[in-house]
Ligand binder design. Structure first.
Ligand code: PAZ
Length: 343
């Protein structure tokens, strides 16, 4: 597969097509498609004005072997995606949550992967029942009620991926299936997607052996180096915007950088290249308390959690929902200030 041009132009559609043509679809795709079809149909029939958001969350991985023992992973715990999904639900959206398997999930995130083991939230009562400790009752009741509301009203569909291939096939399929929603669809692409992968025809079937004679083995150990030749993953955002997503839908991508001097310009570049609605930029070190909204009209707006609340993280969903509504409804919605998110 030819690499992306070095001037950073979006991958031509043919590169994206080639990728899907040359890569076998994941086994779970058909069953996920059935769930999504049913979910969308349910909301179209029962609450036709409801907006549906596809939230992608967590990092994709790239297997080095077909029967995978080793892989290259992408950073992301899923905090942004899981937290944002809760806020979308709170704003009345139905949420399709496409996430990295075992990364954080809406609601349960409050009690998993935390510094406390979930068992630390519990106690045995005098009569031998297992109960939530007194000090956690109020918070857990609130989370439980929100969780049940989402479940009982079929507002949350949770679908896992692991590899970048699974992610891309799921993303394409879900996006196309959301077409009947028109401008009630929102895409909130917070997943950290691998930039490089090993095409199927070059992937080892079995676990790569460390002692097999690689070229250049001089007995010094140098020959046991593992040299991996990766191809660029085609950038699908342009195709998503132009062909897969419904007309009038809102499309938001995230940009993660480590060098502060690059963040805004990279976000602007992405908007120019892909022609979508918004890039939310964040830096690895400060992502929990500041993000920047970069818009195609040249807007750059920072949202920061005040220092006093910096155990908290933000996703800016309330602000974003305001933007989505302003895009489709004539009445502007004033959501100034409502942007803080817990995490
Ligand atoms: O999942 P998390 O809260 O640990 O991290 C979120 C994030 C930094 C992966 C996300 O906000 C993001 O920037 N996603 C896009 C990553 C990218 O530029 O590929």
């Amino acid at each position: 597969m030819p690499p992306e041009p070095s001037n950073g132009v979006a991958a031509p559609v043919c590169q994206v097509d080639d990728y899907f043509h040359n890569t076998p679809p994941p086994k779970t795709l058909a069953s996920h498609q059935a769930l999504v079809r049913e979910f969308i149909q349910y909301h179209l029939e029962n609450s036709p004005s409801r907006r549906i958001v596809l939230v992608t969350s967590g990092g994709t991985n790239v297997p080095l072997e077909n029967q995978t023992v080793r892989f290259i992973d992408n950073f992301s715990a899923g905090t942004r995606g899981a937290t944002s999904a809760e806020y979308f639900l709170q704003q009345g959206y139905a949420v399709i949550f496409l996430h990295r398997r075992f990364s954080l999930l809406p609601y349960s995130r409050h009690y998993s992967h935390s510094t406390n083991c979930f068992l630390d939230f519990m106690n045995e009562s005098d009569d031998g029942r297992v109960v939530v400790r007194t000090e956690y009752q109020d918070e857990m009741r609130k989370v439980l009620q929100q969780y049940h509301h989402a479940k009982d009203n079929r507002l949350l569909l949770v679908l896992p991926f692991t590899t970048v291939t699974e992610y891309l096939f799921e993303l394409r399929s879900l996006t196309v299936m959301m077409q009947p929603l028109g401008n009630r669809a929102l895409f909130y692409l917070a997943a950290a997607v691998s930039d490089f992968f090993i095409p199927r025809d070059r992937m080892e079937e079995h676990k790569i052996q460390s002692r097999e004679g690689h070229a250049g083995d001089q007995g010094s150990g140098a020959g046991r180096q593992l040299v991996i030749n990766l191809d660029p993953v085609p950038k699908v955002l342009s195709t998503l915007v132009q062909s897969w997503a419904p007309r009038g839908s809102m499309i938001v991508s995230f940009k993660l950088e480590t060098d502060p001097s690059l963040l805004v310009s990279k976000a602007e570049q992405a908007l120019k290249r892909y022609h979508h609605d918004l890039v939310i930029g964040n830096l690895l070190m400060t992502r929990k308390w500041e993000v920047v909204f970069v818009t195609p009209d040249g807007g750059e707006r920072w949202i920061r959690v005040p220092k006093s609340r910096r155990s908290k993280s933000i996703s800016g969903v309330e602000e974003l929902v305001g933007k989505a509504e302003r895009k489709h409804d004539p009445e502007p919605v004033d959501l100034e200030g409502g942007t803080m998110m817990d995490g």
